[in-house]
Ligand binder design. Sequence first.
Ligand code: 5GP
Ligand code: ZN
Length: 114
Amino acid sequence: MEDCLFCKINQGDIPSEKVYDGEDVFAIEDINPQAPVHLLIIPKKHFSTLLEIEESDFQLIGSIFGVANQLAAERKIDQSGFRVVGNCGAGAGQSVFHIHYHLLGGRAMKWPPG
Ligand code: 5GP
Ligand code: ZN
């Protein structure tokens, strides 16, 4: 999609190192990390919000959690605990309207989130 930050990063129009690059999903370091490990796991297909996910996308979305587990193990936060977060809509804090899941870890997490 035109004028979408994460589509542009995926296509290489905006340079950003992919820490994971699969067929349908990629991951990058968050530019403003909120924890020692803060990655963004992003489907290559453009969805503006989580509300656009349909049944035919369930396999793709499920694969994101496999990538999260793999990256958590690589970054050694799998045993200490990590969080996978998807914000849906501005009211929930979504600021980039191409869906992504935050993978956060490496510090103690509080609940509830702010
Ligand atoms: P949201 O607020 O939509 O849940 O998350 C968007 C995330 O994207 C934020 O954590 C923000 O720091 C990150 N972000 C925004 N612009 C860029 C960018 O150009 N590059 C990278 N790597 N992360 C970005
Ligand atoms: Zn996009």
